[in-house]
Design a protein around this ligand. Structure first.
Ligand SMILES: Cc1ncc(COP(=O)(O)O)c(C=O)c1O
Length: 482
């Protein structure tokens, strides 16, 4: 091919890989392999996406070499002129994008963003009043005895969050995560009939348990949350409302979730990942309109975070700039339309949908309607070329390992340009695979929860159909084969 007709993206990745090849050829081989794999799979993982080449390239450079503990203009290291500029730029873009007064772009991931939020709330609500009541300005001024009392007070705080089987996240106060070891947590679920949030039940729980923090947000709930109502509940018990919008940040940025469904004006503090529906680099952010919290949020590093990744903050700045465009708004709208089309396509072919449908980017299918566990459905679909993850459904009898559901998300396939017609084709691929899958029988004659038999003909047909869809909507066409 003529050098002039090769795109800049193609050249950038292929020259980059040539350089890597000079140091460790296997890494270049694995990077190429990963692209090949991603190009051969129909990705319906609700928490994944494809970032733009500009976002990916912004991560691979000398910003990675710089230490920059602190915040712009207040670093513990010299030589941070351009790190300051890039962090400030990312913050300014995010503030404008989300309409937030304060944004902290240093968290390395969603879990880290949540940790920053929890400790900011504990600092503001527990540490500051304690220091004031002991006429101290800093924790280092406290006696050992007073310090022990304050440490005990941290461990006595309460939180409520959405239960795991209803779609909540481990970081919302569950015992395997540090949030559950730190807070005494109770969870709210969904209504057993509608499978939607029951705000009266949440209010009752809050009034009974009197938490310091109420967490809203989810990993696997296919409906919007009314954050105005959640704030009302929080105010009524003097709790702080924290919203984890990791999954749906792209829909907030793209103005699909507005008014009562936009968390920024209602929550005391909002956390997010940047790599899911927002289509940025892997990372986290914390946002707040509460001026009392800002100074505590900015202490995230070194309180709970390692030194900021300036290269990732650069990529966040690129992603936020992209998310401010009209084309990102159309993208976000299409993500939701595609989820709706996928839901309709599955329901009309006999699949039961949790809550009966979706109004965000994800669809939760109860695969008991096909006589399967989530584990069997996930594996049978992978064999057919469709990548999904198994997921609990509300009140799941199969537990968190086998589960009764699969979670499907449309952000990634919408990024490659798929539309509602494609979603109907995908619904057909999914349902025909699940119809053609049967649980195997164990040696003791019971139905297995993991093993299954899938018709070879259907598997092979569906693999071909997936390949056709991917050919029509190629991933990173501007990059070629680097
Ligand atoms: C709601 C929610 N919060 C936090 C996280 C954690 O994000 P990360 O994997 O970036 O730490 C996730 C990721 O799955 C999530 O769904």
């Amino acid at each position: 091919m003529d050098e002039k007709t090769i795109s800049s993206e193609s050249k950038a990745f292929s020259y980059g890989l040539n350089v890597i090849e000079g140091s460790e050829p296997l890494v270049a081989e694995y990077i190429r392999g990963e692209l090949g794999n991603q190009r051969s799979q129909l990705k319906l993982i609700a928490s994944e996406n494809y970032a733009s080449p500009a976002v990916l390239l912004a991560m691979g450079n000398w910003f990675s070499d710089k230490y920059a503990e602190g915040t712009p203009g207040h670093r513990f290291y010299a030589g941070c002129e351009f790190v300051d500029k890039v962090e400030t730029l990312a913050c300014e873009h995010a503030k404008e994008l989300f309409g937030a007064h304060h944004v902290y772009v240093q968290p390395h991931s969603g879990i880290d963003a949540n940790l920053v939020a929890f400790w900011s709330l504990l600092a503001y609500r527990v540490e500051v009043p304690f220091l004031e009541s002991h006429a101290s300005k800093h924790v280092n001024d406290l006696t050992d005895e007073d310090w022990a009392t304050l440490r005990k007070a941290f461990g006595e705080q309460r939180m409520i969050g959405m239960s795991l089987d209803a779609g909540g996240h481990l970081t919302h106060g569950f015992r395997p995560n540090i949030s559950g070891k730190l807070f005494d947590q109770r969870s709210y679920g969904v209504d057993s009939e509608t499978e939607r949030l029951d705000y009266d039940a949440i209010r009752n729980l809050a009034e009974e348990f009197r938490p310091l923090v109420i967490v809203a947000g989810y990993s696997a709930h296919p409906r919007k949350v009314n954050f105005a109502k959640m704030r009302e509940i929080a105010d009524s018990v003097d709790a702080s409302l924290m919203v984890d919008m990791a999954h749906f940040a792209g829909l907030v940025a793209g103005k699909v979730f507005t008014g009562d469904f936009d968390p920024i004006p209602h929550a005391h503090i909002v956390t997010s990942t940047t790599h899911k529906s927002l289509r940025g680099p892997r990372g986290g952010i914390v946002l707040s309109n509460d001026s009392d919290l800002a100074e505590h949020i900015d202490k995230g590093c070194p309180m709970v975070l390692g030194g900021p990744l300036a290269n990732v903050m650069a990529a966040k700045a690129v992603a936020f700039a992209e998310a401010k465009t009209e084309s990102f708004r159309s993208y976000a709208q299409q993500v939701v339309e595609n989820a709706n089309a996928l839901a309709e396509g599955i329901e009309k072919r006999g699949g039961r949908l949790v809550t009966g449908g979706t109004d965000n980017h994800l669809v939760l299918v109860d695969v008991r309607s096909f006589g399967l566990t989530g584990r069997q459905a996930e594996s049978a679909l992978e064999d057919s070329g469709v990548i999904v993850n198994r997921n609990s459904v509300p009140f799941d009898p199969n537990g968190a390992w086998y589960t009764s559901g699969i979670r499907l998300g449309t952000p990634a396939l919408t990024s490659v340009g798929m539309d509602c017609d494609d979603m109907d084709d995908i619904a057909e691929i999914i349902c025909s695979t699940l119809e053609a899958t049967e649980p195997s029988t164990t040696t003791s004659g019971e139905l297995s929860k993991a093993k299954f038999n899938l018709s070879d003909v259907i598997r092979s047909d569906n693999r071909t159909r997936c390949a056709e869809l991917l050919d029509q909507n190629p991933l990173y066409p501007e990059v070629g084969m680097p």
